[in-house]
Design a protein around this ligand. Structure first.
Ligand code: ADP
Ligand code: ZN
Ligand code: ZN
Length: 660
């Protein structure tokens, strides 16, 4: 009796055995339907054997799911993900499975989110710096190699990717392009289709319907797609002719999956490129420190694009203005207001960036200092208008705006600080004739809504755009000559050791929206800490030096990328349950200390957000100089933790965590 070993999509640390009915052709890589605890799942066959070694009665494989057999390379990737990230194998293998859809009739290729190049397309001509970058990228053509393409905003990184992609496709290869934002893919796809003759591009991201995703996945799997343009989940797409991987904006946090299996798509892209022996290009104006140190150690090739590609474009002038009362009205400084006024007079556009949605980050009583807090989270409730209420941005809890202070009855309640809605109100009051739009998650939930704003900016139907970091990424607007940045100082108070790195990346990206064409750009940052290194780096347009400085700091503080870390994160309704569990898990680590002398484990501490959605949260941090030492320690620790009583506790190991 043939037996199939199946990774079932459940949180169990094992694969399950099923017998294969006569006449069913089942092999490793097949996606099949089978039952577990009376539920039907699609599982991945990891292998087969000729007989049932266990002696227990097995359930049958019910049917093939009708998905192309997954190649061995992807099974190896899932197995690596399970091992490296300490994830249950079934959940790791589930990342490989495309949406299972009932296909009623054959879709026509044109019906999917796919584009073929128009015949009048033209490949871009590269400038010298781009040519050198391309040379670095293709130096390892046909073999594994990582190239960091460090190019300032507007330096023309995309054209370098396209030129490299064109060569790969001409040699019969497929190209995987990973991008952080779903909203960016239509624009990118458009550029690809214009630049590359006859190349077929398909998109893979979670905003597609299951049918579209499945059809595009099939096009990747059967080799008919030349370019697969995808968000992080695309790193698991089958690509039989894979010849090049591009990770655009490689520093972006959205490549990190933050729940379920916590993988990093950039890191997996590198792993996969190595397996397939193909080059991988990481592009960014603000590379992650993890990538930066590898380039510095010459483990990655480094190609720099130090100037804007458009010869007319100049780097924006950067101006810092303090938040002094008297100079600031309704959150907006006189300097910024005047600059916006000048843009309006010249028919140019302004972008005002504040990384907080809602009206104000909190509501405060002027008499007793009471502040609106969420009952389920350690967080302030955010004041919203239209509809007017208090909202928790962590659990979604909403409450009506109180008419008086619940503590002392005072009716004078003051919104604290500025969110996008409040900024919109103050700019509408200051510039009644201006056409203003706000872009944040409240106004722009859908791709269509975002596309509408884009079109309005492009058609010059808008004068002022207000928004959160949704606006920071990759958009290219010719007439946008002014960028205002408000409230950025908040990040300087963060407990997260990556806060300044993230702020610098964000500022450079936002500033990069100004003056991309012939009109010079200006950036006005409202800050009380203009001498802070993060702002100095922005002013000097020298991210490389700033990155070097941060690397030195991290080295001194023994933080990543100098060290490797993993977090054991636990949460429960009762703090005592979390404490007991983590104390026991910490003891487990201490018992392993002799066998793993290079790994240091720290006693339990509360999480950066100690309460969320009614759960008390804390963690234990394990750290090591090298990746191998930590990787050797984690499976042993995980098994020991698994024996700790944890009925009321939810826990997860977060390897290479990006948030705390
Ligand atoms: P990045 O991705 O590095 O921010 P883009 O690839 O979006 O930059 O390029 C910025 C602008 O420069 C775009 O408008 C692009 O068309 C233009 N551009 C790119 N390469 C060249 C070139 N070689 N000559 C002239 N313009 C270019
Ligand atoms: Zn009060
Ligand atoms: Zn909450």
């Amino acid at each position: 009796m043939a037996v199939a070993h199946i990774a079932m999509p459940v949180a169990a640390w094992q694969v399950f055995d099923y017998w294969v009915p006569e006449g069913l052709d089942v092999a490793a890589g097949d996606v099949v339907h089978a039952r577990l605890a009376n539920r039907r799942y699609a599982g991945v066959v990891t292998g087969t054997s000729a007989s049932n070694a266990s002696g227990v009665a097995l359930q049958p494989v019910e049917a093939l799911a009708g998905v192309a057999r997954l190649p061995h390379e992807l099974l190896a990737l899932a197995s690596f993900v399970s091992r490296y990230y300490q994830a249950p194998p079934g959940l790791a293998y589930a990342l490989l499975v495309p949406p299972i859809v009932r296909v009623r009739k054959r879709r026509r290729a044109e019906a999917v989110d796919a584009q073929r190049a128009s015949p009048d397309s033209d490949a871009p001509t590269l400038n010298d710096a781009q040519g050198n970058a391309l040379a670095a990228l293709v130096a390892s053509e046909g073999a594994f190699g990582v190239t960091l393409l460090h190019g300032i905003t507007g330096s023309g990184k995309t054209n370098v990717y396209l030129a490299a992609a064109e060569r790969a496709i001409a040699r019969g290869g497929q190209v995987l392009v990973l991008v952080p934002e779903i909203n960016l893919t239509p624009q990118f796809a458009h550029r690809v289709s214009r630049a590359l003759h006859g190349a077929r591009t398909v998109a893979l991201h979670s905003a597609l319907s299951s049918g579209e995703r499945r059809a595009n996945w099939n096009a990747a799997a059967d080799g008919s797609a030349d370019i697969v343009l995808a968000t992080r989940l695309g790193v698991f797409a089958p690509l039989p002719r894979l010849a090049l991987i591009v990770v655009d904006e490689e520093h972006d946090d959205s490549f990190r999956q933050q729940d379920g299996v916590r993988y990093h798509a950039r890191d997996l892209a590198i792993w996969r490129a190595q397996r397939r022996n193909v080059p991988v290009a990481l592009g960014s104006a603000t590379p992650s420190l993890e990538t930066w140190v590898q380039a510095k150690r010459a483990r990655y090739a480094l190609a720099s694009l130090p100037a804007r590609a458009d010869p007319r474009a100049r780097l924006p002038a950067i101006l810092f203005v303090p938040n002094r009362s008297g100079d600031v009205h309704d959150g907006v400084s006189n300097t910024l207001a005047q600059a916006i006024g000048e843009r309006l007079a010249r028919g140019e556009q302004s972008l005002v960036f504040v990384n907080r949605r809602g009206y104000a980050p909190s509501l405060k009583c002027s008499a007793c200092n009471w502040q609106s807090e969420c009952t389920r989270c350690a967080a302030r409730l955010v004041v919203h208008r239209a509809p007017a209420n208090l909202r928790c941005h962590h659990c979604g809890h909403t409450r009506p705006l109180p008419r008086a202070c619940p503590e002392c009855g005072n009716v004078d309640l003051l919104p604290q600080g500025f969110g996008t809605q409040r900024l919109e109100a103050s700019l509408r009051a200051a510039f009644p004739a201006a056409r203003i739009a706000r872009v944040d998650r409240d106004t722009t939930r859908t791709r269509a809504a975002f596309a509408n704003v884009r079109d309005a900016v492009e058609n010059l139907d808008l004068d002022i755009l207000i928004g959160t970091q949704m606006l920071a990424k990759g958009h290219d607007f010719d007439r946008m000559t002014l960028v205002g940045v408000l409230g950025a100082d908040n990040a300087l108070y963060s407990a997260d050791f990556r806060a300044t790195e993230r702020l610098a990346a964000l500022l450079v990206q936002v500033a990069g929206r100004a003056g991309r064409a012939e009109r010079p750009g200006e950036v006005i940052v409202q800050t009380d800490f203009a001498e802070h290194p993060v702002y100095r780096a922005l002013a000097s347009h020298d991210y490389a030096r700033f990155a070097d400085e941060l690397v030195r700091e991290r080295r001194a503080a023994e933080l990543p990328p100098q060290t490797r870390i993993a977090l054991l994160v636990a949460e429960a309704h009762a703090e005592a349950d979390v404490g007991r569990f983590l104390d026991a898990a910490f003891d487990c680590a201490r018992e392993l200390a002799d066998a793993h002398p290079q790994v240091e484990v720290f006693p339990p501490v509360p999480a950066a957000m100690p309460r969320r959605r009614g759960y008390e949260r804390a963690h234990v941090l394990a750290q090591s100089r090298g990746r191998p030492a930590l990787q050797a320690f984690l499976p042993a620790w995980r098994e020991a933790i698994g024996r700790v009583p944890s009925t009321r506790v939810r826990w997860v190991l977060d390897v290479d965590p990006t948030s705390f």
